[in-house]
Ligand binder design. Sequence first.
Ligand SMILES: [Fe+2]
Length: 467
Amino acid sequence: MGFFPSLPTLILFTLVLNSALLFCNGGKTSVYIRKEEKTVDMPLGSDVFRVPSGYNAPQQVHITQGDHVGKAVIVSWVTEDEPGSNTVLYWKKGSDEKKKAEGKVTSYKYYNYTSGYIHHCTIKHLEYNTKYYYVVGDGHSMRKFWFTTPPEVGPDVPYTFGLIGDLGQTFDSNSTLTHYEQNPQKGQTVLFVGDLSYADNYPFHNNVRWDTWARFVERSVAYQPWIWTAGNHELDFAPEIGETKPYKPFTHRYHTPYQASGSTSPLWYSIKRASAYIIVLSSYSAYGKYTPQYEWLEAELPKVNRSETPWLIVLNHSPWYNSYQYHFMEGESMRVMYEPWFVQYKVDVVFAGHVHAYERSERVSNIAYNVVNGICTPVKDASAPVYITIGDGGNIEGLAINMTQPQPAYSAYREASFGHAIFDIKNRTHAYYNWHRNHDGAAVEADSMWFYNRFWHPAEEPASHSH
Ligand SMILES: [Fe+2]
């Protein structure tokens, strides 16, 4: 029997087809053409990996926020010859009064690698909006750095965040970091969305590449805090060589102020900084109901006071809205667990990495589905965050070039180029966001958008600009 559809069936079919076409009419896929080039790690002898001179000189110096509100800083560094001093000497710019803070030293073994002496020292009770100098090391090998504390937490405090993800230590990684440093918008703190060194791509996860990475990024992270998110390359889970404790190198080397936000794990936590409330999640820790991360996040979101910190930002490694073929749907189960909360609490923006490319979503949600209703299409939602994938730091694994076709409606802009982004908070209602590809000069914006705060100004944002 042949198939002769009735007129109503035909009309219905046409309607379905039309709506499907409408849905598939996504945003913009960049036509930017870049030359094919392989990403390779900088060789061990590169100047960016240089060991500072002097006996037991502190190296791999890095700082991050050390409390919940921005009045403390964790200073970390490594000494190779002997433990040496755990003391950080610090003082306010223009002040003669030098203060001391005592830290602790740790080390670890990983397969046939033994780490140097890893120091962590929290400096507390700092004044807001103040430049501090600090010195680590002793004798002739002391090294001096500086940082500026954020302004006091408050609703209309401007603040500029940089965004970097999946950085690694290739020539492209160096280009990304250089672009960030040279960006005239002057990021004050980096929100790092995971996958730091890619040491695990080396035989036996050669942890020497954790050391080289930390020396490479010192030129930025010794002077401004980087807020750490853990990615899959931080796991270093390798039972075949007897390494069964996940996150061993990462958690020894990079401390986070997790206890200040009531978290029980350094892998998820929150901080307030200026007018932003930043929640860091862990894609590779349990997140289902009753798990520690779930219970923490459930209790955490109601604590965010948008009259104090209007901007609610989430960092996560594996993206929930990703239209590249790489890692497609990997973030799906976490999305199912937490997305209703993000809509309920009006998260402004979610930054993720993992996919080695750039993508910015529309404000969409996909929370209507249950196992019988079949409603599983993302819809425009004014209460939903914008999802940004910024895993384009330039690591050794190369660019994610293949995209799902056609571009889904939730995807506003996507481009397979290395780069970094800036989230520049102006006041409680407005933030200016822009993304910079490494192929351009540091000041050139390849994608930009004005963010309207979801709590204070939940209007539809003007059309974005992509070049
Ligand atoms: Fe990743």
